[in-house]
Write a protein of this length. Structure first.
Length: 172
């Protein structure tokens, strides 16, 4: 005759061995601890380029009379919610096609990812509510267009003193 509790005892022994081996093994615990620090380190390094990126410089045509503009007003102009400055003059937003300055602008001032920004504009275009801002491949072309177009406003990574545009920093 076999003991009905014998199988139960064997299972308990196996379970204890597994638990003791898994949780009492210091190498396993240390390895798990090291992996957590690695994940934290990678997350920090991934955030550093965005944190260390320079801010953009906003530029406008010399004829734009606005001297003070809020970041929320700029966001509204560049996302198509507004088409006029606070003084009532027409705003013509122009953007860069891509690059570091464009990414900093979209993330810091529009609060979006560059892909989300593009998708939002496609929605505006396809619903017939507006048209995409004129885009430029280079900052020099954007500066030249802003200098020649009344009401134009854009952003660049830096502007030289000889450029025929007015630069400003928006209020937060």
């Amino acid at each position: 005759m076999t003991n009905p509790n014998r199988g139960l005892q064997n299972r308990r022994t196996v379970d204890r061995r597994f638990v003791n081996r898994r949780f009492d093994n210091r190498r396993f615990v240390n390895r798990r601890f090291d992996n957590r620090w690695l994940i934290v380190l990678l997350a920090f390094v991934g955030c550093c380029p965005a944190a260390s990126a320079q801010d953009v410089v906003f530029i406008a045509n010399r004829n734009v009379q606005v001297t003070v503009i809020h970041a929320s007003d700029l966001r509204a102009i560049f996302t198509g919610e507004k088409s006029r400055f606070a003084d009532g003059s027409h705003a013509v937003p122009v953007i860069l096609k891509g690059g570091p300055a464009h990414e900093v602008f979209v993330r810091n001032y529009c609060g979006e990812d560059p892909n989300e920004f593009r998708a939002q504009w496609r929605k505006v275009i396809f619903t017939g509510q507006g048209s995409m801002p004129k885009t430029f491949d280079s900052e020099s072309a954007l500066i030249e267009y802003v200098a020649q177009t009344p009401g134009a406003v854009g952003y660049v990574s830096h502007v030289s003193s000889e450029a025929d545009v007015k630069s400003f920093t928006p209020l937060k």
